[in-house]
Ligand binder design. Sequence first.
Ligand SMILES: Cc1cc2nc3c(=O)[nH]c(=O)nc-3n(C[C@H](O)[C@H](O)[C@H](O)COP(=O)(O)OP(=O)(O)OC[C@H]3O[C@@H](n4cnc5c(N)ncnc54)[C@H](O)[C@@H]3O)c2cc1C
Length: 300
Amino acid sequence: MTDIAVIGGGIAGLTAAIYAVRAGKQVTVIEKDCLGGQIIYSPMVENYPGIPRMSGEIFAEHLQEQAEELGASIEYGEVVEIEKEEDHFVIRYEEEIRSKAVILALGAAHRKLGLEGEEDLTGCGVSYCAVCDGAFYEGMDVAIVGGGNTALQDALFLSNTCSSVTVIHRRNEFRGDDRLVKQLEKRHNVHYLMSHLVSGLNQTDGEFSGITVRNLQTGKEEQLPVKGLFVAVGQSPQTKAFAALAQTDKAGYLVAGENCESSTPGIFIAGDCRTKEIRQLTTAAADGAVAALAACSYIG
Ligand SMILES: Cc1cc2nc3c(=O)[nH]c(=O)nc-3n(C[C@H](O)[C@H](O)[C@H](O)COP(=O)(O)OP(=O)(O)OC[C@H]3O[C@@H](n4cnc5c(N)ncnc54)[C@H](O)[C@@H]3O)c2cc1C
């Protein structure tokens, strides 16, 4: 039996492992895909304090090395079930392990538009995070697609530094808060394409060169030669399998406060899969530390 099983090897899970092994606990991290999580898709991270510039891939490698060198065990597989049994949990993936406490650090995936070339252009013209990548587009024309609070907040954020921001939304009204819409209306460099969708990502010589948008009322298409497209059409946490152990909100995020405690004693939630306002490396790392120390004191 291990002391703490960490499900998910992104920054939240690996930070939790680092803190828990340094507190003298036996830790097993179970990762279904790539250690490092979402950040491996980022060509450059510039906002992690103490690390001025580093590619997401190298950042992830450092995380893995640090956790392994300190003594965390890594297992690969997709955890599909966790069951409580008396004073411990049974964690099922391709194998089965028992653990006194569990940290769910499952992350969340950004919803994609499903357009041709989208994956290749991610980080090279297409971004899912204005806070992460906005600075790379200073003084340039960009577009943002989405109509909820994230899209509106991102548009406000980008309008501070970008030359112009075109907000593209498939409905003729925003779903986000009126307060944000009013703030946005005061920005002179923000333009709107309501009842429009992004129908294509344009490339010239293999490089992103703008987008094609379609007017949903007329069916007419036009090209926008923007330098960057920010996609803010939601995130989807993959938490369904764990809903019996930890309460989820409407969007599927696992409910826990700043102390990372779930509705089940012994189960802790860390990182982007937790209900919270800001989903970033720093906030995920902070959760990892908090969840690990809470799990250590739960075990005693
Ligand atoms: C392209 C891109 C660029 C970004 N740039 C920045 C940036 O510059 N700065 C910044 O602060 N943030 C950035 N972010 C956001 C940042 O990456 C996330 O906030 C952070 O990675 C969240 O960490 P996490 O550990 O909570 O989740 P994740 O990184 O998503 O890790 C979760 C891990 O859990 C695994 N997992 C999920 N379910 C299971 C299961 N059932 N069994 C086993 N494993 C499972 C997943 O495979 C994944 O590896 C960026 C995100 C993207 C996509």
